[in-house]
Design a protein around this ligand. Structure first.
Ligand SMILES: [Zn+2]
Ligand SMILES: [Zn+2]
Length: 305
């Protein structure tokens, strides 16, 4: 599910089971006060052979908000066991009755405003996850740290669009740190792409680095050109590592402010550097310090300003 759909489902159900209205939480956290873990049950089953699964709906349609109902574990078990009593139609009715009840009895104006803000922010998060390929971060970013770096073809274009999207977004002041982390991620990624494209050429699926010091054959400034090449490689890899810091910061803030389960399965973002001696790769997990986070992105220069 996208972050936006998760927010919709939990927000509209007011974190309550749609059948028994017991309070639910997303994680087992004593801070939330609720100890029952909520389940984002499928209305039409996830697959053809799942409960209520026979349907022409696509995998994507089955995954989204419109096909989910928030339930406690007991009621999730019950609806899956008693499919005759709980057909698809009845679950849809139960879901909209519950959502209507929430709207009419629980929602204050302040609540509604907060929910709308969270929803707007969630859709920027979804966009960011896609544009910088967060799910495949280690794979694509590590390719930039090899002796012959390469960059997936779509990434520069997507980062450019991401920067525009971030700049055009209106951020509620409650989400100041999220705005700073997202902005920082967008800038650093774009700076890395721009730096890399100075000496890279598109070869089918990737932009590939060019050993540009070779291009003129031997000449008197050969050593200087080699030095320039090495400086360029170093700067590209520095920017990718800084962008990885920003990705980790971004995910930490999303977990704190929006969704405690955001990328918890895969954990922190890593990159691998190498091969070094004996073909070894080294995994690194770069993070900003607290002091850096406090002043970012203020001191950074916007590559597109
Ligand atoms: Zn229940
Ligand atoms: Zn189920």
């Amino acid at each position: 599910m996208t972050e936006k759909d998760i927010k919709l489902l939990w927000g509209r159900a007011a974190n309550l089971c749609s059948i028994c209205r017991v309070e639910l939480s997303q994680t087992q956290s004593p801070a939330s006060g609720a100890f029952v873990i909520g389940e984002q049950a499928h209305i039409v089953g996830e697959k053809q052979d799942a409960p209520r699964g026979k349907s022409p709906l696509s995998a994507e349609e089955r995954d989204g908000y419109h096909n989910r109902i928030l339930l406690c574990p007991n009621h999730h078990t019950e609806i899956d066991k008693n499919q005759v009593e709980w057909p698809v139609e009845r679950l849809h009715i139960r879901k909209s009755e519950h959502e209507l009840w929430v709207r009419e009895t629980l929602t204050s104006v302040a609540d509604a405003k907060m929910k709308a803000q969270q929803l707007a922010v969630s859709s920027i998060i979804d966009y960011t996850v896609k544009a910088c390929q967060l799910e495949r971060w280690k794979t694509w970013a590590s390719q930039m740290l090899t002796p012959d770096p390469a960059l997936e073809r779509e990434i520069p274009e997507n980062c450019f669009k991401l920067r525009q999207r971030i700049a055009a977004s209106i951020w509620p002041k409650e989400f100041d740190e999220l705005m700073r982390a997202t902005t920082c991620l967008g800038w650093l990624l774009q700076a890395a792409c721009q730096k890399f494209l100075e000496h890279a050429q598109l070869e089918q699926t990737h932009f590939v680095s060019q050993r540009f010091y070779k291009s003129k054959g031997y000449c008197s400034d050969y050593d200087l050109r080699v030095q320039m090449y090495e400086d360029w490689l170093l700067e590209c890899s520095r920017l990718i590592k800084r962008a990885t810091c920003a990705a980790n910061w971004f995910a930490d803030v999303v977990r704190r402010d929006i969704n405690p389960l955001f990328f918890t399965e895969s954990g922190k973002f890593l990159v691998e550097e190498g091969p070094c001696e004996r073909f070894r790769y080294y995994a690194i997990m770069p993070e900003f310090t607290t002091e850096e986070k406090a002043r970012l992105p203020g001191t950074m220069t916007d590559p597109y300003a």
